[in-house]
Design a protein around this ligand. Sequence first.
Ligand code: H79
Length: 493
Amino acid sequence: MTCPIRFLLLILVVATQATDAAETQKKAAKKATRNTSFEYRFDDNLKQTADSIARQDQWFRDAKFGAFIHFGVYSTLEGEYEGRGSQHRYSEWIQVSARIPADEYHQVASRFNPAEFDADEWATTFANAGIRYVVITSKHHDGFALFKSLVSEYNIVDYTPFKRDIIKELSEACHRRGLKFGVYYSQAQDWDEPDAPYIAPRLEGTRKFIHPDLPADFKPDMDRYIAKKSLPQVEELVKNYELDLVWFDTPSGMTMERAKQFSNTVRKHRPDCLINSRLIHGGKDKVDATFLSLYDYNSIGDKEVPTRKLPLYVESPDSVSSSFGYKTKGKCYYHTEEELIERFVHTVCAGGNYLLNNGPMGNGRLDPEAIRLYGVIGDWLKVNGESIYAARRNPLPSRPEWGDISASKDGTTLYLHVLDAPPSGTITLNEVPGIIESAVFLATGEKAQFSQSDNMLRITLPKANVDEYDTVVKVRLSGQAASGDTASDNKAP
Ligand code: H79
């Protein structure tokens, strides 16, 4: 090699390394500065469209408590496959976390037989716990459908010995019990389809583990996947089932054009059906006003609880455990009932619904610990539901240290949620927007001792807790009402 060529090669190598280093630095900086604060994500001037607010008004904003259900082939594996994958948080991710080739996962799917599934039992359990709507995975990222589909035979009716349509049975059972019914559908990720994207570049390599026979020069074509499977299946769902809500997720690669196709399909067949924001926004992405016409309300991050009141109506997708799908292998914890009630209350007081997930077991029965936790929340709601269901977000400028505040729609009643009673036994509230007429404990109906000077309210709590989890004080205001749900307050929350 002559000297000038060697010199040129050297420059090339150094330059490439420098670019790589710069790229890595840029990525690290981006990660470090990624702002997911609620202030950043939710600009105070954001407004949902009038159509979306009208759709929410039909039932959603008074429903407050939903059951999310992650159920599928993965439920039978409980977070581990041939000794692999159990270190991962989410059992529904097992195909990726244990790198299960499509052929092998298909075999697990072909044995899926949740023989003890009883839709009426599920619906009754949820309804008794004060739940008002149910959202179940009709197709998660593994691509397997829990409904009869003519688009793909990879569905519970055509592919398994069970042969029954879970979405049909559960939608009917829910409606019989007065519950609204929605489906989760993974519109972008589909690990069974080589054309579908992964959520992160670092996961793209998974494609060749799942589909080892793909040609080396295979180029994924997301639009081909959308046209062939994702959109036609969403159309089947909205045409064939009485859906009140479609819950999209992980919108990798979703552009305005792609999202519009889904939104238009849902709107065309079911104009009253709600659509969540993950059609196009990730849960922790900044809300982009230009996308607001495509969906009806904002899902915040997975298992995320709002830390302040929000300008748009939201929903928090929480779970009774650290996983969404049923998980017994490896790391997994359940929340306590105390934690769940606190997370629920903060979500409602911020202006949102609480969609609490459970992962039923592979045999089709609900997880007993989930049933227990829902039951405790249901019992709490029987006594304190007035402060939750029809309530609106905290009308005061800030959240008190001892808990949170919800309000009646007309703003004349405040519900003070005492989650952490101060040792002094006295709670104070600044900036009260009116004259206090009365203050009673919701659980007992007993009067609370209070005093007011100007806009500062002081309430003395009894020595013993009125409620084990959240002592609610119902405060009636006269004079100028708080703006819980007024036009000037952007109406939606
Ligand atoms: O359906 C539930 C989750 O499966 C889904 N959203 C909720 C409602 C979701 N999909 N992707 N994500 C959430 C982001 C999660 C990424 C992770 Fe992982 C899954 C982190 C740990 C497990 C992927 C696999 C990254 C590391 C291992």
